[in-house]
Design a protein around this ligand. Structure first.
Ligand code: CP
Length: 307
């Protein structure tokens, strides 16, 4: 059993929780390899996917995970809803819950929205990304993918590279990897790395080549221009020149490293196609693992006791 009723972030998960999620995801991954990729574990459960912000991977992955578990699913996109008429988050959710919905998956542009909701409603909430705070299922699937590729997380050196400041993926990765015994360095331009991030037990460098030379795994993050209210570097061209990763840079390291990216990629900015699509990349494995991880989270939070 998980130590929490909701998945609001990785900050409050225990190492035991994460191990249980990974073990459960291993079982679901096995099921997903079968010709019939479905189990009836959540057949009496109704889940709403509430997306107040754009998404491709997370939304489809949650919906697929729910369908693979036999749940009834409802998809809500704020753009074509009564949110446009001024309805509040709590009113929207309470109206949906009154239709006998059991679980809520929420993506919201406001940091803390799922935490706020958890104090006002009586259903399990799963944070599918809140502002610049956390994206816990992404952190879990990233760590799970490293564990799968490198056999263990303990002692593995992971560099998180790019726009750390605006990234909810960075924070969830740091919490998850540190809890599981990995070493973490964050790298990027000084203006995109929060002050005092070293308080989370990570090392900091402003030199991407140095981070790559140090690490076993590089998780490269998207430059989040939509979250930058003022310019924090002079141009995308300059960013690509000093902080972008291409094959030439990887070849100069004379060692193998694993390349990850949560998506969507700005090709030619933080990552060149000759790296994103290379044999070093496990980007699509991350996406594949997302379904098993989300099945595990949904199943464990549902309180059911047999797969
Ligand atoms: N990784 C991720 O959250 O992607 P989406 O925004 O497409 O869901």
């Amino acid at each position: 059993m998980l130590s929490t009723k909701h998945l609001l972030g990785i900050k409050n998960l225990t190492q035991k929780d994460i191990e249980l999620i990974f073990k459960t995801a291993d079982n679901f991954k096995e099921i997903l390899k079968r010709p019939i990729k479905k189990v009836p574990s959540l057949r009496d459960t109704t889940i709403v996917n509430l997306f107040y912000e754009n998404s491709t991977r997370t939304r489809i992955s949650f919906e697929l995970a729910e369908k693979r578990l036999g749940a009834d699913t409802i998809n809500f996109a704020s753009g074509n809803s009564s949110v446009a008429k001024g309805e509040t988050l709590i009113d929207t959710v309470n109206n949906i819950l009154s239709m006998k919905v059991d679980m809520v998956v929420l993506r919201h542009s406001a940091s803390g929205a799922p935490h706020f909701l958890s104090n006002h409603i009586n259903a399990a909430i799963i944070n599918a990304g809140d502002g610049t705070n956390e994206h816990p299922t992404q952190g879990l699937l990233d760590a799970y993918s490293i564990r799968e590729k490198c056999k263990t997380l303990k002692g593995k050196k992971v560099a998180i590279i790019g726009d750390i400041m605006h990234s909810r993926v960075a924070l969830s990765n740091i919490y998850c990897l540190k809890k599981m015994g990995a070493e973490v360095t964050v790298a990027g331009p000084p203006t995109l790395i929060p002050k005092y991030i070293d308080a989370l037990g990570v090392q900091v460098t402003y030199n991407v080549k140095e981070a790559l030379a140090w690490c076993d795994v590089a998780n490269v993050l998207r430059i989040q221009l939509e979250r930058q209210n003022m310019p924090l570097f002079s141009s995308l061209r300059e960013y690509a020149l000093f902080y972008g990763i291409d094959k030439k840079l990887l070849d100069s390291l004379q060692k193998e490293i694993v390349i990850m990216h949560p998506g969507p990629i700005n090709r030619g900015v933080e990552l060149n196609s000759d790296v994103a699509d290379s044999q070093h990349s496990i980007i699509l494995n991350q996406v594949e693992n997302g379904v098993a991880i989300r099945m595990a989270v949904l199943y464990l939070l549902s309180g059911k006791d047999s797969i």
